[in-house]
Design a protein around this ligand. Structure first.
Ligand code: FPP
Length: 236
């Protein structure tokens, strides 16, 4: 008899391979990103269907600003359009939306759209979509450290108050459980600073498929792989 699927509470995905997907088809990289955005919709629907509670996706790293200007401009436009065009659908589907990362580097209209969507969806609890944008694991840890140092300096807290719980409350994922399963598409086997603090006990899965080809079938394969892993009790 087939083993029942063990559904991860939180799946995180490094959406890699948009460029390679486009190149293999003789298309511009930007077409890869547009198709990556379409794949993201399929992945959200599949995760909801399987009963996953949180999906975190890596959309733009702090290093991605170093890409050619035309590509960065294209991605910024794609993100803005996503935030504005998808907001109705996210609200209808009761999806809580959060940005993980430093919003201050985005233009004003994008920052406003991010904050508005976060506010409009903040009371939904069934499903959470975290989109990491201008996110870096080192910067996140440094941000938490700086905030704690300031609270220590002002006397708001003492050294003994610095616990895992306190540290975690200063991360972008404050109040959320860490990812059970981290997927990086397109075959690279590294995390590139994604959820650096939160990934300590996550299962890792590196399928070869490029992100624009990701769909419900791929999510099912990932969950089947997760089900097979030997998860012993406790943090190991
Ligand atoms: C990495 O592939 C992908 C990105 C840097 C952009 C990710 C963005 C999307 C999937 C678009 C959808 C996201 C939202 C929030 C609308 P790559 O370009 O590095 O691919 P390569 O390694 O094959 O060149």
């Amino acid at each position: 008899m087939a083993e029942a699927l063990k559904i991860p509470n939180h799946i995180a995905i490094i959406m890699d391979g948009n460029g390679r997907w486009a190149k293999a088809k003789g298309l511009p990289r930007t077409v890869g990103h547009t198709n990556g955005a379409k794949a993201l919709q399929r992945v959200i629907e599949a995760c909801k269907k399987f009963g996953v509670k949180t999906l975190t996706v890596y959309a733009f790293s702090t290093e991605n600003w170093g890409r050619p200007k035309e590509e960065v401009d294209f991605l910024m436009d794609l993100f803005y359009k996503y935030l504005t065009n998808q907001s109705k659908k996210l609200i209808e589907n009761k999806i809580r939306f959060n940005v993980l990362g430093d919003k201050s580097r985005f233009n004003k209209k994008t920052q406003d759209a991010m904050v508005e969507l976060e506010n409009q969806t903040k009371n939904f609890s069934e499903f959470t979509l975290n989109v990491a944008m201008n996110y870096g694991g080192h910067s996140e840890i440094l941000k938490a450290t700086r905030e704690i140092a300031m609270d220590l300096k002002s006397g708001k807290i003492s050294e003994n108050d610095i616990t895992e719980e306190l540290f975690e409350s200063h991360l972008y994922t404050s109040g959320q459980l860490p990812p059970d399963l981290i997927i990086r598409t397109s075959g690279e086997q590294r995390l590139s600073g994604f959820l650096l603090y939160q990934c300590s006990y996550s299962e890792l899965y590196f399928p070869k498929v490029h992100f624009p080809d990701f769909d419900e079938k791929q999510i099912k394969l990932a969950i089947e792989e997760y089900t097979k892993r030997d998860r012993r009790y406790g943090k190991v």
